[in-house]
Ligand binder design. Structure first.
Ligand SMILES: Nc1ncnc2c1ncn2[C@@H]1O[C@H](COP(=O)(O)OP(=O)(O)OP(=O)(O)O)[C@@H](O)[C@H]1O
Ligand code: SF4
Ligand SMILES: [Mg+2]
Length: 329
């Protein structure tokens, strides 16, 4: 599969009164053409900062992409984009759907017009043609009576419909890559699965590659081909979705999987959760960041970072349990 996006050794910091927050700490991953990958991890692990970096949205001087970080899109260096090239890329070739459509949409502009304005920035068609296209796309994302709806304002729509509008905007310029950052977190469960189904359908039709960002491993299974598990600014395990679901090796991935609600759970059975909290990224630990929460923690885990090691084809993890087992062979 040809590579569309390649991120290598990405390091991103925020400079705050509390010191330098190392939000993303040496992250490397790739997304193929026509591929859906998921980035999964608890709140604060660096998922959105990674997404903002890919879009070129890290703002100086508070935010800093460190020297040596690389983001290539279709062979071009995203970090060098400026002016027209940046405008074409952002929202045109690469677009994003955020968690909260209400704050991402303009409350004072009719939704049809919001789609039209986006199309006009990126595509060479007339305003009238863009309006026809906007109504067509609204229909495509499952909005009933799209012509009438296109004249409504965001507050007149339900949460699920607003998210469909965001997806319509994101797809209106036929991007090569869509980043969906927690697209269903603000929605209730039945609407969540419809939005995921919509993304899957649009992907099938348009071949747009998708990075699905979520803290909920449960929604990943039916849509992503590969999964990257992030913890404290690092990718700790990656592999095909079946590697991660059926053969996960990293204690953090296993704990995340254990906290996914199951159909077999008894009524009122409390949801398992991972005890403890992620580390403060202003003072990142010398060793494995998961050590204080890991029941397998050894002395070496606290002292030294585990490096990524392969566990079968396309399956990689960073954990001393695996590194020491490999060394013993
Ligand atoms: N603008 C900012 N200024 C300072 N620190 C920031 C900023 N944005 C993010 N961070 C810090 O970077 C780290 C990663 O944040 P990020 O938003 O990427 O997490 P996330 O994985 O997307 O979490 P969530 O699931 O809650 O969205 C966190 O420690 C966060 O506090
Ligand atoms: S490196 Fe050690 S502390 Fe970290 S996940 Fe593996 S066993 Fe647990
Ligand atoms: Mg986030």
């Amino acid at each position: 599969m040809a590579e569309l996006l390649k991120v290598e050794n990405l390091r991103v910091s925020y400079h705050t009164y509390a010191g330098e927050i190392r939000a993303v700490r040496d992250v490397s991953f790739s997304v193929g053409e026509n591929e859906i990958v998921a980035i999964v991890g608890e709140s604060g692990c660096g998922k959105s900062v990674t997404a903002r970096s890919i879009l070129g949205l890290i703002k100086k001087p508070a935010g800093e992409i460190k020297t040596g970080s690389k983001i290539d899109f279709n062979g071009e260096n995203v970090l060098s984009f400026s002016g027209k090239r940046r405008q074409n890329y952002l929202g045109g070739e690469c677009s994003i759907v955020f968690q909260d459509p209400l704050s991402a949409l303009n409350p004072t502009m009719r939704i049809g017009r919001q789609i039209v304005e986006n199309i006009l920035v990126h595509r060479s068609i007339s305003r009238n043609e863009a309006m026809v296209e906007a109504v067509r796309i609204l229909g495509k994302v499952g909005i009933d009576d799209p012509e009438r709806r296109s004249r409504q304002y965001p507050h007149e729509l339900s949460g699920g419909m607003r998210q469909r509008v965001m997806i319509a905007i994101a797809f209106s310029c036929r991007p090569k890559l869509l980043i969906a950052d927690e697209p269903t977190t603000a929605l209730d469960v039945t609407i969540q699965s419809r939005v995921i189904e919509l993304l899957r359908e649009l992907h099938r039709e348009t071949k747009t590659s998708i990075i699905l960002i979520t803290h909920d491993l449960g929604i990943v299974a039916g849509i992503a081909e590969r999964v990257y598990v992030m913890y404290a600014g690092k990718i700790v395990e990656s592999g095909s979705t079946s590697n991660i679901f059926y053969h996960s090796q990293h204690p953090y991935t296993k704990a995340l999987l254990a906290s996914v609600p199951r159909m077999t759970m008894a009524n009122k059975e409390p949801l398992p959760y991972i005890i403890g909290t992620p580390p403060d990224l202003a003072v990142p630990p010398a060793g494995c960041a998961f050590a204080p929460r890991c029941k397998h923690c050894m002395n070496i885990c606290v002292e030294q970072q585990p490096e990524p090691v392969a566990y079968g084809s396309g399956h990689t993890l960073s954990c001393w349990l695996q590194s020491l087992e490999d060394a013993a062979l």
